[in-house]
Design a binder for this molecule. Structure first.
Ligand code: FES
Length: 121
């Protein structure tokens, strides 16, 4: 497995109370504009710029952890960033962790600006 590093550390993204289930938020972490999604399948962080032609992905739609860009309808797996459409590149996905808290509303979401890539074939 090949590692790509940004800062190599997790940075605070937001308090979970600002990202309720079914919602998305855009944050800037270390110069990266990142869209955070709280889906039924978890919390995901991806580059907010569609790799096809740059549409802001926080304006896309999410169903079953698949993000669809609303410009040309490229589809991406939120967990890996992998595209389902051959004409679009993969989307950069970032790792996310949640701090432990007795109250989910006061939990903190952390993301990192590095990611792990898929193993080379
Ligand atoms: S800009 Fe997103 S699919 Fe074209």
């Amino acid at each position: 497995m090949k590692e790509h590093r940004g800062s190599g550390r997790f940075v605070r993204a937001l308090n979970l109370e600002h990202l309720p289930p079914g919602e998305r938020r855009v944050v800037t972490l270390e110069g990266h504009v990142i869209a955070l999604f709280n889906t039924g399948g978890g919390i995901f962080a991806v580059d907010n710029r569609c790799p096809h032609m740059g549409f802001p992905l926080d304006r896309g739609s999410v169903k079953d952890c698949i993000l669809t860009c609303h410009w040309h309808h490229a589809r991406f797996d939120l967990a890996s960033g992998g595209t389902f459409d051959q004409w679009a590149d993969d989307l950069r996905a970032f790792p996310v962790i949640r701090s432990s808290s007795t109250s989910s509303a006061s939990a903190t979401v952390w993301s990192a600006t590095f990611r792990w890539s898929l193993p080379n074939p």
